[in-house]
Design a protein around this ligand. Structure first.
Ligand SMILES: *Cc1c(COP(=O)(O)O)cnc(C)c1O
Length: 390
């Protein structure tokens, strides 16, 4: 389908194929393998002479429909999907890294991604340098002739630091390295990092794309050449997404833009409310006009996103009290859901980091993270207000 269509149309119409039954919704092909009429047909499929499906670990029509739709939304040639966001990040990194290579990584990463890089990938002779996502001079200084990949998330979670994608793409490409961006916090509805020079984008589809906290999934999007290599790695490692989850994510994509529109508006309103609250010190949200990187945000993101970080006055105990007192917000670490969620990063999402690392990353004991959902914003404000004791 033409990519001149608007995103909201693509989110509903792209990648649709129906069977001879002409079903209106996308069919769910819950099958592990596919059969052939003849041995010759099988041979042609396996040798790549003809196109078709053989085995779901390799490819499946429902997963392919989701991949086509999200590739168009992300502005990429192709997409491949895995069992979770972590599986997608694993595939994107390990397809292009071998022993002796160097990886430069932002130090503001989702906790499990940090664990994957620090404790797993590091075991295979890959050298890793950690840098601040916003310091171009640190990225530049870490480059060597062995650098293969630059990896980051933008904006960072939950402090909303934004990395300059065009500048980082230039640094990566001058070194012959790939720029891989985890775009989960924006989703394709808010940002398309491929347009700013990223080589690969990864999404945890578990978050905004599903949007209803039902299934896990992850997607890598990029050029056909790079995706061909990831396909080989995905098939060999069996990281593949389940067709049922792809089918669920297809319906998630249909409302993604509409949900993000409203959730971002709710988040901006709540962030401004918090900023004026006497019990609150600092509020982090990328919708603020006086955000130190406001110009970059306006260039790279359609909206400010749905994640808010805020520091309450007092101690960790005061932060915990707010979390314990909310009545509408769910106490859970998930984000991107239609239901608003609240958590204490210091002891949950960032709990495994050393206190020095947390300090360096700006994660304080008094910090609370909200993922703002689709409820009426006045109810959310009233809930936070009573929890803060006002
Ligand atoms: C949740 C998340 C992941 C991991 O995704 P899963 O689907 O939970 O494996 C990766 N990156 C970011 C930014 C996330 O928020």
């Amino acid at each position: 389908m033409s990519d001149t269509l608007h995103p909201q149309t693509l989110a509903i119409r792209a990648g649709r194929e129906h069977t001879s039954y002409q079903e209106h919704n996308q069919a769910l092909f819950l099958t592990s393998s596919f059969t052939w009429e003849t041995a010759a047909q099988a041979a042609a499929l396996f040798s790549g002479q003809s196109k078709g499906y053989t085995y779901t670990r390799t490819a499946n029509p429902t997963v392919a429909a989701y991949n086509q739709r999200i590739a168009q939304l992300a502005g990429g040639e192709q997409a491949l999907s895995m069992a979770s966001g972590m599986a997608a990040i694993h595939a994107a990194l390990l397809t292009f890294l071998s022993a002796g290579d160097e990886l430069i990584s932002s130090r503001s990463l989702f906790g499990t991604t940090m664990g994957l890089i620090q404790n797993q990938i590091s075991r295979f002779g890959i050298n890793i340098h950690y840098v601040s996502p916003t310091s171009l001079s640190q990225w530049q200084a870490a480059i060597s002739d062995k650098t293969k990949v630059l990896f980051l998330e933008t904006p960072s979670n939950p402090l909303g630091e934004v990395a300059d994608l065009c500048a980082l793409a230039e640094i990566a490409h001058q070194a012959g390295a790939l720029l891989i961006v985890d775009n989960t916090l924006c989703s394709p509805a808010l940002s398309r990092p491929l347009e700013f020079g990223a080589d690969l984008v990864v999404e945890s589809a578990t978050k905004m794309i599903d949007g209803h906290g039902r299934v896990q999934g992850g997607t890598v999007i990029g050029s056909a050449n790079l995706m061909k290599e990831i396909q080989v790695y995905m098939n060999a490692s069996g990281l593949t997404l389940s067709p049922f989850h792809a089918w669920t994510l297809l319906s998630g994509l249909e409302t993604l833009h509409l949900r993000m529109e409203k959730q971002c508006a709710n988040a901006a309103k709540l962030a401004h409310y918090l900023r004026d609250h006497p019990q609150v010190n600092t509020v982090y949200h990328t919708s603020f006009a006086d955000h130190p990187q406001a110009a970059l945000i306006a260039k790279q993101q359609a909206k400010g996103g749905i994640i808010i970080g805020f520091e309450v006055k007092g101690t960790q105990q005061d932060a915990w009290q707010v979390i314990d007192k909310v009545k509408i917000f769910s106490r859970t670490a998930n984000l991107g859901d239609v239901r608003s969620t609240i958590c204490h990063p210091y002891t949950t999402t960032h709990g495994r980091m050393s206190s020095t690392d947390k300090q360096q990353a700006g994660i304080k004991e008094t910090l609370i993270r909200l993922s703002v959902g689709l409820e009426d914003c006045d109810d959310l404000i009233a809930d936070i207000s009573q929890a803060l004791g006002h």
